[in-house]
Design a protein around this ligand. Structure first.
Ligand code: PEP
Length: 255
């Protein structure tokens, strides 16, 4: 049992990886190991096409299952997009918003972010809102400015009474999928900035309900030291969430 104020949240983002059979095997293995999962929250963000099958296998366990993206409208001529209500309908209870690959590979604009976070909340999906700077922005001393700008847009329509349903992930773009992890000092500094911004925007009590995850090349051998950083309330894990033998030790970082 941890004595943290906020329940640790370990999330796996499969991106466009695995196939149906391997997805279901992984869920079965993690489910079997998790027990009642009481002192930590574990969620998987899976390719939308596998959501119905994955949620069926996860049923009866505390595992959360979510989508990797949504569009903010409920219906309409938006070929290839998914409405939040559609993810709900196939059993998802959460969703990623603003992942760096959505922002940088698919060029999603900043001004969609607030609408996506709002649409997720209105559809009863728990959003993880991702922020983080590129290498050029860090080298140019712009990390705080970029992260605050992303928070401004993502939290545009978030009210203090929504706070307990929102999670923020700090994911420096230069650390995602590169094997390069932020140092504990870099993570601490960014998480402090985010917490301070949340307090100013939402007020002390609501801001302290929001978990801030770190993401960027998290592995079994760095999970413990990252989780020891103040204001790191959990981890968003890409590559290492694809196999039980790398993801389970991250979930059990303190054992
Ligand atoms: C991610 O997908 O959000 C991520 C952090 O990936 P990786 O752990 O592979 O860097």
């Amino acid at each position: 049992m941890t004595n943290r104020a906020r329940k640790p949240y370990i999330a796996g983002n499969w991106k466009m990886n695995l196939d149906r059979a391997r997805s279901l095997d992984l869920i079965k293995t993690v489910k079997g190991r998790l027990g009642d999962g009481g002192d930590r929250e574990v969620g998987f963000f899976v390719p939308a096409i596998y959501l119905a099958d994955v949620t069926a296998v996860a049923q009866g366990s505390p595992l959360g299952v979510g989508g990797q993206n949504i569009y903010f409208e409920a219906n309409g001529a938006f070929t290839g997009e998914l409405a939040p209500r559609m993810l709900r309908e196939v059993g998802a209870d959460r969703v990623l918003v603003g992942h760096s690959e959505r922002r940088h590979v698919f060029r999603e604009p900043d001004d969609w972010m607030g609408r996506k976070v709002r649409a997720a909340l209105d559809a009863d999906l728990l959003p993880i809102y991702c922020v983080g700077e590129t290498l050029d922005e860090r080298k140019g001393g712009k990390t705080d400015r970029v992260v605050k700008r992303q928070l401004e847009t993502g939290f545009e329509k978030v009210r203090p009474d929504d706070a307990h349903r929102v999670t923020v992930a700090y994911e420096p773009v230069w650390a995602i999928g590169t094997g390069e992890t932020a140092t504990t000092e870099q993570a601490a500094q960014a998480h402090r900035t985010i917490r301070k911004w949340l307090v100013q925007r939402l007020g002390e009590a609501p801001a302290h309900l929001i978990r801030i995850l770190y993401g960027g090349s998290v592995k079994p051998d760095n999970a413990k030291e990252l989780m020891a950083v103040e204001d790191v309330d959990g981890l968003l894990v890409g590559g290492a969430s694809l196999q039980a033998d790398t993801f389970l030790p991250i979930i059990e970082y303190d054992r």
